[in-house]
Ligand binder design. Structure first.
Ligand code: HXC
Length: 514
């Protein structure tokens, strides 16, 4: 056969494989508002940058008439490309081919691209749209999942791993996304659960829709399993590209520095905190008044709103922000917010991203629910994460820093490199009302006018402790700064932490309160 004929034959084979599960299956996919697996990849990577591998892989299933079935690419597309000009590895399960179910060859394709990502230290993006383990392939499919989970764990802290849930992600399949760093979901499209509605109905007799069980809103608002929520797939792809523009592409990368931009003038840092210390404000306004172009990329925006986490840039360099949010539950730490912050701190630490912590909280959330939900164990995670982190760690105490909250939020005692406080800071064991009621209880009870005496004692306590100067006099606070000085002071702190190196005692690894 002349070479041209062979090339034509190749083209024909390619076109056949590009059909996926065929026209009808593709129509069904589109009718659900879902793009094809190939279009999804092409929408994420830079134009003309995608190189596919293993297009002609064939499945090895022989039972249940499987030998007769041709499954294009065995239901998954794998390859490399660039995003914002940076190389990445990517795979997308194709639901039109046997429901995107994971057979042994399908798994081998994923594992191969994962190995490449880890070897070459490139981010890995996995698009999940699958009915789970391919039932006809039995234990071989389970083995495939095991191999994927093992690699997710191996790659953790070396390369960013991104999971995009664009269809069902059912059964044990959910544990790959759960082991990765960022999970993206899309309204009405993403469905993630361990046991589906039918099993729940059979076992528990309860009726629930897939959406209410494990839809995009459930995972971004209730479980916290998802980090980014989008209304459409296209919006989701833009979020992925934006995330990749902020984070280093592996744990060895020296930081990228973009052109520095000033914050937008509408964010006036000196006017955000209300005069009355009992009134809330949106801490995201403080972040936006500090970061370049006021561009703050928030993570897990819809879950555990009492803490805010995300990325911004200062003088062109990515910084991770952890900030108590006075707008939600007065910014307290609880089970969910501790989990949210602790994981993010560990991520920043693994990928050499400096952490800026903005402090304003009355402490840990009291109550039977929290105690019984394990706030002791979960709350400890944030202490562990800050203590363990060796990236530059900078705190700015904006207002309240009471009790355990003061210690937990990157205090000097957990080895913050720099602690700054605004003049509005109140650093104390507890709030003035509670403190006065305890330490002056006798005087208040025995006074002719207990209310008046309480007022006097609260004032006395406030004047003595509700300020940053006691902590500054001990060196626990490095500088008391005006709000308008924050960006400059934080930028300087990062600049002079450039060669930070800390060693600890020799050990295999610690045992965090998982
Ligand atoms: C083989 C599967 C499959 C699977 C779907 N298909 N899931 N084939 N193994 N796990 C096939 C269907 O037979 C069908 O083939 C095609 O994919 C499309 O599926 P439909 O059911 O028609 O689609 P839809 O109505 O949209 O429903 C999607 C679904 C449903 C909700 C995902 O297919 C479903 O419930 N699947 C099973 C989900 C599940 O329980 N998975 C867990 C498996 S156990 P045809 O030929 O008709 O087009 C598991 C354990 C892993 O994953 C443990 C790892 C540790």
């Amino acid at each position: 056969m002349a070479l041209q004929n062979k090339i034509d034959e190749l083209q024909k084979k390619r076109e056949q494989a590009f059909q996926g599960g065929g026209e009808k299956a593709m129509e069904k996919q589109n009718a659900m508002g879902k793009l094809s697996a190939r279009s999804r990849i092409l929408s994420i990577v830079d134009l003309d940058s995608f190189q596919e591998y293993d297009l002609f892989v064939e499945h090895e299933a022989r039972d249940f008439d499987m030998a007769k079935k041709v499954l294009a690419g065995d239901g998954v597309i794998t390859g490399t490309g660039t995003v914002n000009g940076m190389p990445i590895c990517i795979y997308a399960q194709d639901f039109t081919v046997a429901g995107g179910s994971l057979g042994s060859m399908h798994a081998k394709k994923i594992v191969k691209i994962m190995d490449h990502a880890l070897k070459m230290r490139m981010p890995l993006i996995g698009i999940n749209d699958s009915g789970g383990a391919r039932i006809q392939e039995g234990v071989n499919s389970l083995a495939g999942y095991g191999e994927i989970f093992f690699r997710n764990t191996l790659a953790s802290g070396v390369i960013p791993q991104i999971s995009v849930i664009l269809g069902p992600c059912a059964g044990g399949a959910v544990y790959s996304p759960a082991l990765t760093d960022y999970v993206f979901v899309v309204d009405n499209i993403s469905k993630m659960f361990i046991t589906g509605p039918e099993v729940i109905k059979t076992v528990l007799g309860e009726e629930i829709s897939m959406e209410d069980l494990g839809g995009a809103r459930v995972h971004s608002e209730i479980t916290g399993n998802a980090h980014f929520f989008a209304y459409t797939e296209v919006e989701c792809f833009e979020q992925i590209k934006k995330l990749l523009s902020f984070i280093p592409h592996n744990n060895l990368e020296k930081h990228r520095t973009l052109e520095a931009k000033l914050p937008k003038p509408e964010f006036k840092i000196g006017e955000i905190i209300p005069e009355d210390p009992r009134l809330p404000y949106d801490v995201r306004d403080v972040i936006k008044s500090v970061v370049d172009d006021s561009d703050f990329f928030e993570i897990q925006e819809r879950w555990a709103g009492n803490i805010v986490i995300g990325y911004g840039r200062i003088n062109g360099r990515t910084v991770g922000f952890v900030a108590n949010q006075p707008l939600v539950l007065a910014g307290v730490l609880d089970v969910d917010s501790s989990n949210k912050a602790a994981r993010f701190i560990r991520y920043c630490d693994a990928f050499n991203i400096p952490i800026v912590t903005l402090v304003d909280l009355p402490g840990y959330l009291p109550g039977v629910d929290q105690e019984h939900a394990g706030v002791i164990r979960h709350g400890a995670k944030i202490l562990y994460a800050y203590s363990e982190a060796t990236v530059p760690k900078i705190s700015v105490i904006l207002r309240k820093a009471y009790g355990g909250g003061y210690i937990a939020m990157n205090s000097r005692h957990l080895r913050a490199d720099f602690v700054f406080a605004w003049p509005s800071a109140e650093i104390a064991v507890m709030g003035p009302e509670g403190a006065a009621n305890i330490i002056f209880r006798k005087e208040i009870m025995e006074a002719e006018n207990p209310d008046e005496m309480r007022r006097i004692k609260v004032k006395e306590y406030t004047e003595k402790f509700a300020n940053p100067y006691v902590a500054a006099s001990k060196g626990y606070v490095d500088s008391v700064i005006a709000p308008s000085e924050t960006r400059k002071v934080v930028a300087h702190a990062i600049e002079v932490s450039g060669n930070k190196f800390i060693g600890g005692p020799s050990k295999k690894h610690g045992v965090p309160p998982f």
